[in-house]
Write a protein that binds this ligand. Structure first.
Ligand SMILES: *Cc1c(COP(=O)(O)O)cnc(C)c1O
Length: 467
């Protein structure tokens, strides 16, 4: 080993007597480091030792070789942890954008793994032996599930909207109701997307009321399309009026322009079966004769991140011919997962059991309460867990104002912020929500109780040694 040069002997720290630190070489020779050295390798171990010694030097803290070796082992293990490690989403928001939205069905996970491990016929027609199109993979099942004439897939729904507006509205006017000029999280603002797509925004109506005649009056020779946007994350209430898609479709058809309906979450099933208000399904939007309907893959649909564009064949062809399409395309792993997810919709009876998003949404209240009662006694003192009714929500802009009755645990005995930090520091972080000064764990999305309990064993340590 040629790394013996680094020692701390002559380093001074302001206002303190210089402390002696072991050499890198001496730390590497420590028995306590042997196993880590073998598993992480020489280069990573040396870098970690250097970092530990540098930290000790900068704080003026004395450290012997054995202690430095111990800290190095901890640092190596910490650095090895994925930044995307799994956590418990007990926020009560089923599709939490910051926590990765939909969980993927086992069938889709298996399909993605296969596609990762093997060469696949991504753009290759096995019958003819000629080049194929990746869009061919999903076209048929999307047509079957939505009733649309044709379909294509891009990176996410934001991309679907951008690509559609650019393909059909560049250099033309795009008419939108003032009540639907949405901003959704992460700086997706309809007027900005419109500008980037090269379409000229033509606002009609008012914030609370827009009528068919407003759209009619705005159509001229420069108009490219009418855009209807699902007001995903807010609701305008009171003295309101908006024009349903089927009436807009009639107007668009009569005037020879396209109607684009951005559904946002875009469910393929009727949410009424889960006690939620009816949201327009993709099939209904297509049946209302919107020319193009766009929706997300990882919201209520319950698949991986993706954006679907379904509708008229000639318009889909124009969208596919747009050079931007190439920049927004989806890779084989996701295509495999999307296909497997969509296939689950062919079997409505088993769908709710197999698709984690719908499983969480449909979970019986009594089952959640029973789970809360089983877990409540397991919390170590001074934490006290009280079973409490609470309200979950779908999240990601789907049915924004509706909540779903749920059960959770209100945790007391330790200040909420301190407790929340300790839960975030667990081996498998637990994310709850703080409500009226109390940390609440909504148990709707907890499926693996055993893993949760095993994880809880580390809580006393995290409370005693906050990070
Ligand atoms: C969520 C949403 C989008 C963006 O979809 P992503 O899949 O997150 O890119 C666009 N429009 C509406 C109405 C939405 O709700």
């Amino acid at each position: 080993m040629a790394d013996a040069g680094l020692t701390g002997q002559d380093t001074e720290t302001k206002g303190q007597a210089p402390r002696r630190l072991p050499s890198v070489h001496a730390v590497l020779r420590e028995a306590g480091l042997a196993q880590a050295l073998a598993s992480f390798g020489h280069a990573m171990s040396v870098a970690a030792v250097r970092e530990v010694l540098a930290r000790a030097r900068s704080t003026g803290r004395g450290l012997d070789a054995a202690a430095a070796a111990g800290e190095t082992v901890d640092a190596l293990h910490a650095a090895q942890q994925s930044r995307l490690r799994p956590l418990f989403n007990l926020t009560g928001t089923i599709l939490h954008t910051n926590l990765g939205r939909a969980l993927i069905a086992q069938e889709a996970i298996d399909a993605a793994v296969q596609a990762m491990r093997h060469a696949v016929a991504l753009e290759f027609d096995l019958d003819s032996g000629k080049r194929g199109e990746r869009d061919d993979l999903l076209r048929d099942i999307l047509r079957e599930l939505t009733g649309a004439e044709d379909a294509t897939v891009v990176n996410n729904n934001a991309a679907a909207v951008l690509l559609t507006l650019n393909s059909l509205g560049q250099g033309k006017g795009a008419i939108v109701s003032r009540g639907e000029l949405i901003e959704i999280g992460g700086a997706f603002r309809m007027p900005d997307i419109m500008a980037r797509a090269g379409a000229r925004l033509v606002e009609v109506g008012t914030t609370n009321r827009t009528h068919l005649r407003d759209y009619e009056g705005a159509i001229d020779a420069e108009t490219g399309l009418i855009l209807k946007v699902h007001t995903s994350n807010y609701r305008i209430e009171g003295f309101t009026a908006s024009v349903p898609a089927d009436r807009l479709a009639g107007l668009a058809r009569a005037r020879g322009i396209a109607l684009v309906d951005d559904l946002g979450s875009g469910t393929l099933v009727d949410l009424a079966q889960f006690g939620l208000p009816h949201e327009p399904t993709v099939r209904e939007a297509v049946a209302a004769e919107a020319d193009i309907v766009t929706f997300s893959g990882d919201k209520l649909l319950g698949g991986p991140q993706a954006g679907f564009i379904v509708g008229r064949k000639d318009l889909i062809a124009r969208i596919n011919a747009n050079p931007m399409k190439r920049a927004l395309r989806v890779d084989k792993m996701r295509l495999a997962a999307i296909e497997a997810t969509l296939r689950l919709y062919r079997d409505p009876e088993r769908l709710v059991r197999k698709l984690p998003t719908l499983r969480s949404l449909a979970r019986p209240l009594a089952g959640i309460e029973a789970c809360a009662r089983r877990l409540a006694p397991a919390f170590p003192p001074p934490v006290m867990a009280q079973v409490t009714p609470c309200a979950s929500q779908v999240g990601s802009g789907a049915v924004p104002r509706e909540t779903i009755p749920s059960f959770g645990l209100a945790l007391r005995g330790v200040p909420a912020e301190t407790l929340a930090a300790a839960f975030r520091a667990l081996p498998m972080p637990v994310i709850g929500r703080i409500s009226e000064g109390t940390l609440l764990l909504d148990l709707r999305c907890l499926e693996d109780e055993a893993a949760f309990l095993a994880n809880l064993a580390a809580l006393p340590d995290r409370l005693a040694n906050p990070r």
